[in-house]
Design a protein around this ligand. Structure first.
Ligand SMILES: [Ca+2]
Ligand SMILES: [Ca+2]
Ligand SMILES: [Ca+2]
Ligand SMILES: [Ca+2]
Length: 308
């Protein structure tokens, strides 16, 4: 599932529109302030991390038939020997900009991740295409989504905490194809991530996920496409974050829409909508180094400048 972020944003726009629409449209609550929700989420996450553990002993001394799957369990009351997740996770912070009805606010959101098994390969960015397995649960352990087989996911089309989590993992080594057509990936990276709802679906209702739910994902990273260029315009997606806030889904230089979705720069092959492809408004040398001409010298590079 991992709902397309763009659909989520359009849903939010529809929600806001509905709220301003007094002719008897849908009665939808405006979203709660991002900062208030975060305080609640953070308390719930801390409690979760203190009271849960994963099967780390199996990862430390794996049996021959161990499947390298993370299992998350509640620490039995009174047990002081089991190491809780709170002592094993690493935290990272990203900025979230949210419209709460009274305008935008920027709020730093912390997510927590751990690496149960390092992969043999490199790490993707949050802007890359990845070949993954995952399982998503609520803090109460209810599973809402997951896949047993590898699937391709372009991380900017997922939720931000999930994409950030995968950017911490390492991919596997080689893809081994058997004679019968099945394949496996050697030494994939395995880990997990816990995130507040501001890095998840926030107030958007998703199948099995109540509004404002912190989320837990176990993650396995098979392979990824380095410097993914989703719109094939010559600029890797990671470099199409024009406002450099770590979110590709709020940069739409020309403000255009396609199929009811905002055509953000990372999925737009003509970023300034001047009829000249971005690919033809940049220069890429034989080493892959990109330069960005500014023909009219106005400080706006050609591919983002609709009048040059
Ligand atoms: Ca951005
Ligand atoms: Ca655009
Ligand atoms: Ca583009
Ligand atoms: Ca253009």
């Amino acid at each position: 599932m991992i709902m397309n972020r763009i659909v989520a944003l359009l849903a939010l726009v529809v929600v806001l529109y509905s709220c301003n629409n007094d002719d008897g449209g849908a009665n939808v609550e405006p979203p709660l302030p991002l900062s208030e929700v975060l305080v609640d989420d953070e308390a719930k996450i801390q409690e979760y991390l203190k009271t849960h553990y994963y099967n780390y002993t199996e990862f430390e001394s794996p049996a021959e038939d161990f499947d390298y799957k993370i299992e998350l369990k509640v620490i039995p009351e009174g047990n002081t020997e089991i190491v809780p997740l709170s002592e094993q996770v690493t935290s990272e912070t990203v900025k979230v900009t949210g419209n709460t009805g009274d305008g935008d606010e920027d709020v730093s959101h912390t997510y927590y991740y751990l690496i149960a098994k390092e992969g043999a390969g490199g790490s993707p960015t949050y802007a890359d295409s990845t070949f993954v397995k995952y399982e998503g649960t609520l803090l109460n352990g209810d599973r809402f989504d997951g896949t047993d087989n590898y699937i391709w996911q372009y991380l900017p089309n997922t939720i931000r905490g999930y994409a950030q989590g995968f950017s911490q993992l390492q991919a596997g080594g080689e893809v081994v194809v058997e004679d019968n057509g099945t394949y496996s990936i050697t030494d994939p990276g395995v880990g997990m991530v816990v995130m507040p709802s501001g890095l998840g679906y926030f107030n958007n209702l998703q199948g099995g996920i109540p509004a404002y739910s912190p989320l837990v994902f176990t993650l396995e990273l098979g392979v990824f496409v380095k410097d993914t260029d989703y719109d094939n315009d010559g600029i890797p997606s990671i470099l199409e974050d024009v406002n450099e806030d770590g979110n590709l889904n709020n940069d739409n230089t020309d403000g255009d829409v396609s199929n009811n979705s905002f055509l953000y720069n990372h999925r737009d092959s003509d970023d300034d909508n001047d009829g000249i492809l971005t690919r033809d408004e940049i220069e890429i040398d034989e080493n892959g180094v990109i330069t960005y001409p500014d023909t009219d010298g106005d400080g706006v590079v050609d591919y983002l400048d609709s009048d040059s």
